[in-house]
Design a protein around this ligand. Structure first.
Ligand SMILES: O=c1ccn([C@@H]2O[C@H](COP(=O)(O)OP(=O)(O)O[C@H]3O[C@H](CO)[C@@H](O)[C@H](O)[C@H]3O)[C@@H](O)[C@H]2O)c(=O)[nH]1
Length: 545
C-alpha cells in the first residue's frame, strides 16, 4: 500500500563558498521559495550567512520559507586565518588547498546534524565543486541535483574537447576550431578552461571527481535561459546523462534587490551616491568596468585599464578589488594624478560595487567584464553590450559566446590564461590601446555600435521574459519541482513484499531504473526497481529487477 502523497518539498541548497557560486544560489533560493509548498534551507557558514543573509531578510519577513543552516567553518584547524570562510577572502593562493580541505570537512558536520532537520529534507541541490555531497545524499537517502554555474555553451565545448582530445598536440598560441559545435569557434590552447590548462594550483584529480559526481546526480541545474543558447542547450541535453534544467538568469529573481547586501560591505548611502552620479550622466554613455570577485589582475594590467578608460573619453565606473596588489595600484593612482584628472567623468569604487544596481541604470552603455558567467548573464539581462577581457577558467569560452555567437561584445584581445599567482612572470599582456579601441567600438554611436546595442537590448527583453510566468525558465523550474516531488513520493512508497519497519529511500534515479538502498534484517542491500511514471506525480513500482 502506498502512503499519502508527499506534496511539500524541503530543498537543501549547498553553495560553494565563493561569491560567484553563492550569489546565484541565494537568488535560486528565492525562486524556489516563491513557489507553493517549497521550503529551502541554505547550508553555509556563519560569516557567509551574515554576508548574504540581509538580502533575504525582506523576503523572509514577507513569508518566504528560506533559512540558513550554519556549519562552523574549520578555518584555523586548516591553517587559514580566522574569519576566512570564502575563496575571495584567502590572503594568498598558496592556501587554496587548505581552503579545499576545510570545505571538505563540512561534510561530516552536515551529516551529523542532518537527522535533526525538520522537516526532513527531500533532496539536495549542491554546487558541482562540492565533491562530497554525492556521498552525503546517498547516506541520507535523498536525491542529489547538481548546480553548475556555467553556460551550456561551456558544457558542450568541454565535452567535445574531452572526447576529441584535439588540444593535446597543439602549441599554446595556435588557434584551432572547437570540435562538434553548432558554430565555428576558433580558440587557442592557452584560452581553454582549467581542465585543459593546468597551473600549479590546479588539482586535476579533483576535476576528474567533479565529472564523476555529475554522472551520479539525478540531473543538473544551469544558470542560463534556453533562448540565449538554444542550439547548445539542445545538444547538451542530448549528451547529458540525467536531466538538465535551465532556470536563469537567476539574478533576475527579484530585480529590486540592489545587490549591495550580497557582501555586506557597501552601504545604502554608498549606493545612493553611485546612483546620483549615474543620474548626472547621459543615457547609455557610461562604461562600467569590473572583474568579478576572485580575479587577481596584476597592477601593470590595471594601469593599462586605467589609461584606456582615461583615453576613451567616455564617463566610467571602475571597480578596483582590494587584494595584496591593491596598494601598488593606489600608489600609481595618487602619484600620477589620475584621480584628479578624471574626477569629472570617472568614479572609482574600491573593492565591491552594487553591480546589479549599476548595470540596470539607463546611463550605463557598456560593460567591461572579465566574462565570469554571472557577470555575462547580468550584462545580458540588463541589455548592455560588453567589452570582454577574460582571465582564466570558463571566461575565454564565455567571451566567444558573447562576441562570436551573440554578437553583443568586442574583445580586448587577451591572449590566454593568466594563471593565478603566476601573473607577475607574464608582465603586461594587453596594452591600453587595445582596450581603448574595444571600448570605443562598443560605445560607437555609428551603425556598427547601434546594431550591437539593438541586439543586446533585444536579448535583455528575452531574458526578462524567460523568468516571468509563462517563460522558459519559469516553466523549467516548475518541471524541476514536479520531478523532485515525484522522487519524494517514490521515497515515501513502501516496497512490495516488504514487512520492513524502515522505508526504502531513493538514492539515485537514472532513466526508469531506480536504485533503492534499504535495510533488510539489518543488512544493507541495493535493489533495483522498474518504475512507471504515473499522473498525479507518482512513480509506481512495477516489478523488482
Ligand atoms: O564588485 C562586485 C563584484 C562582483 N559582484 C557580483 O559577484 C558575482 C561575480 O560572479 P562572476 O561574474 O561569475 O565572476 P567570478 O566571481 O569571477 O566567478 C567565478 O565563478 C563563475 C561561475 O562559476 C565563473 O564563470 C567565473 O569564471 C569564476 O571566476 C556577480 O554576481 C557580480 O554581480 C558584485 O556585485 N560586485
Amino acid at each position: 500500500m502506498a502512503s499519502e502523497p508527499v506534496n511539500q518539498l524541503h530543498i537543501l541548497l549547498i553553495p560553494y563558498l565563493a561569491p560567484g557560486h553563492t550569489i546565484p544560489m541565494i537568488h535560486m533560493a528565492k525562486l524556489f521559495a516563491q513557489r507553493p509548498n517549497v521550503i529551502v534551507t541554505i547550508v553555509t557558514t556563519p560569516l557567509n550567512a551574515i554576508r548574504y543573509g540581509s538580502t533575504l531578510q525582506q523576503h523572509i519577513k514577507s513569508g518566504l520559507s528560506v533559512r540558513f543552516l550554519e556549519l562552523p567553518f574549520p578555518a584555523t584547524e586548516n591553517g587559514l586565518p580566522e574569519g576566512c570562510e570564502s575563496l575571495d577572502a584567502l590572503p594568498g593562493l598558496h592556501l587554496v588547498t587548505n581552503f579545499t580541505a576545510a570545505v571538505d570537512m563540512l561534510q561530516q558536520r552536515l551529516e551529523q546534524c542532518f537527522d535533526s532537520l525538520n522537516p526532513r529534507p527531500s533532496c539536495m541541490l549542491s554546487d558541482k565543486y562540492l565533491l562530497w555531497t554525492g556521498d552525503t545524499a546517498a547516506k541520507c537517502k535523498i536525491p542529489l541535483v547538481i548546480f553548475d554555474g556555467m553556460s551550456c555553451f561551456k558544457q558542450l565545448c568541454t565535452h567535445h574537447l574531452y572526447v576529441s582530445k584535439v588540444f593535446n598536440d597543439l602549441p599554446k598560441s595556435e588557434p584551432f576550431v572547437l570540435p562538434g559545435l553548432p558554430d565555428r569557434i576558433e580558440i587557442t590552447r592557452a584560452q581553454l578552461p582549467t581542465e585543459f590548462n593546468p597551473s600549479r594550483f590546479t588539482m586535476p584529480e579533483r576535476l576528474e571527481r567533479v565529472r564523476e559526481s555529475e554522472s551520479r546526480a539525478y540531473g543538473m541545474v544551469i544558470n542560463s535561459f534556453e533562448e540565449l543558447e538554444q542550439d547548445y542547450v539542445n545538444e547538451f541535453k542530448k549528451l547529458k546523462r540525467g536531466k538538465v534544467w535551465c532556470i536563469g538568469p537567476l539574478s533576475l529573481s527579484k530585480s529590486n534587490d540592489s545587490g549591495k547586501s550580497l557582501r555586506g560591505n557597501s552601504t545604502s548611502s554608498d549606493d545612493q551616491l553611485y546612483l546620483k552620479w549615474l543620474d548626472s550622466k547621459e543615457p547609455g554613455s557610461v562604461v562600467y568596468a569590473c572583474f568579478g570577485s576572485i580575479s587577481q589582475i596584476t597592477p601593470p594590467q590595471l594601469i593599462e585599464l586605467g589609461l584606456a578608460l582615461e583615453a576613451s573619453k567616455s564617463p566610467f565606473i571602475w571597480v578596483i578589488r582590494a587584494g595584496d596588489k591593491a596598494q601598488e595600484v593606489e600608489k600609481w593612482l595618487s602619484e600620477n594624478g589620475f584621480e584628479n584628472r578624471i574626477k569629472d567623468r570617472g568614479l572609482i569604487i574600491r573593492d565591491w560595487a552594487p553591480q546589479l544596481l549599476i548595470l540596470s541604470h539607463p546611463s550605463v552603455g557598456g560593460f567591461l567584464t572579465h566574462c565570469g558567467w554571472n557577470s555575462v548573464l547580468e550584462g545580458v539581462s540588463a541589455g548592455v553590450p560588453m567589452i570582454t577581457w577574460p582571465q582564466f577558467t570558463d571566461q575565454f569560452l564565455n567571451e566567444k559566446l558573447v562576441v562570436h555567437v551573440l554578437g553583443i561584445g568586442v574583445g580586448v584581445g587577451a591572449p590566454g590564461v593568466v594563471h593565478w599567482g603566476e601573473e607577475d612572470r607574464l608582465g603586461v599582456t594587453v596594452k591600453s590601446e587595445q582596450v581603448k579601441t574595444a571600448i570605443e567600438k562598443v560605445m560607437d554611436p555609428g551603425s556598427e555600435g547601434n546594431e550591437r546595442r539593438k541586439k543586446a537590448k533585444a536579448l535583455g527583453m528575452v531574458a526578462k521574459k524567460a523568468i516571468e510566468e509563462g517563460g522558459s525558465s519559469h516553466h523549467n523550474l516548475t518541471l524541476l519541482i514536479q520531478d523532485l516531488l515525484e522522487l519524494a513520493n517514490v521515497r515515501s512508497q513502501k516496497p512490495l513484499n516488504s514487512n520492513d519497519q524502515k522505508k526504502p529511500a531513493v538514492s539515485c534515479v537514472l532513466a526508469e531504473h531506480i536504485l533503492i538502498e534499504t535495510n533488510y534484517a539489518g543488512t544493507q542491500s541495493k535493489v533495483a526497481f522498474k518504475v512507471k511514471i504515473c499522473k498525479q506525480s507518482h512513480l509506481k513500482i512495477l516489478k523488482w529487477t
